[in-house]
Ligand binder design. Structure first.
Ligand code: MF3
Ligand code: CO
Length: 251
């Protein structure tokens, strides 16, 4: 396994890629309301990405048929947008989006409530988001990759949620998926030593029930095995010798 260290020039391109993706997410978030189809969310996302002169990196990735992954309720990730899937009040929806700017990839996900949602659903969304921030406090030069994973696990576990194990975060740069893999759960090994200049996509996927998932016959959609709700939160970050820089959030 080799983890790429980005040069100053590459870091600047990653920053620009991330900044554009942050804008795309902000716009997509505003569009979420009861009555919109997941297909319309995807169409808007693709249009926004292209409006910045960027390319959606998910489109045709291993044959994925859309630009945005739109995953509703018990769908964990990789939900395929459909004209017939209409968001309704009380749903939760995860939007996972990514783009390429001058050869450099960014990747980020948010989970939103549609209209008014239950307290249970809101807590799942909030805990999933906070687990990302707990994890990346460990993302600095001199720490090990596993410190991120363990911090996420330690934060989430007291809520008795299920941490998805079949899918993990990843390095990112000139490819969408680079080394290392970044589990969201505690493991025995320490993982790679983190160094300034690594760019990572940290992405906890958390279920209200058990951690087990099923892969649907459409070849993409991942759902919780027990039908419980699932939330996803992801940003592309830069490891430095101090606080990590979150590239896909606007200051
Ligand atoms: N965002 C996903 C990830 O973090 C990638 C989705 S690839 C797609 O790995 F093809 F499903 F879009
Ligand atoms: Co990702």
């Amino acid at each position: 396994m080799s983890v790429s260290i980005k040069s100053e020039r590459e870091i600047e391109l990653m920053r620009q890629s991330g900044r554009i993706l942050a804008r795309v997410h902000d716009e997509l978030g505003k569009a979420i309301r009861p009555g919109i189809s997941t297909w319309e969310v995807d169409a808007l996302g693709e249009e926004l990405i292209r409006s910045y002169g960027c390319v959606p990196n998910f489109l045709h990735y291993n044959g994925y048929p859309a630009s945005i992954c739109v995953s509703v309720n018990d769908e964990v990730v990789h939900g395929i947008p459909k004209k017939t899937r209409i968001l309704k009040e009380g749903d939760i929806v995860s939007l996972d989006a990514g783009l390429i700017y001058k050869g450099y990839h960014s990747d980020a996900a948010r989970t939103y409530g549609v209209g008014r949602i239950s307290q249970e659903a809101q807590q799942l969304i909030d805990v999933t988001k906070q687990s990302f921030f707990e994890g990346i406090r460990m993302a600095r030069q001199g720490m090990h990759l596993h410190d991120i994973s363990a911090a996420i696990d330690n934060y989430v576990t007291p809520f008795h949620y299920g941490i998805v194990r079949d899918l993990v975060g990843h390095g990112i740069g000139t490819s969408l998926h680079e080394d290392p893999q970044i589990p969201n759960f505690t493991q025995k090994r320490k993982g790679v030593l983190l160094q300034a200049g690594m760019t990572l996509a940290v992405e906890p996927m958390i279920n209200a029930g058990g951690w087990e998932v099923n892969f649907l016959d459409d070849g993409w959609t991942v759902v919780t095995k027990d039908g419980s709700l699932s939330a996803h939160y992801e940003n592309t970050i830069l490891v430095t010798d101090g606080e990590p820089e979150i590239l896909t959030i606007l200051e």
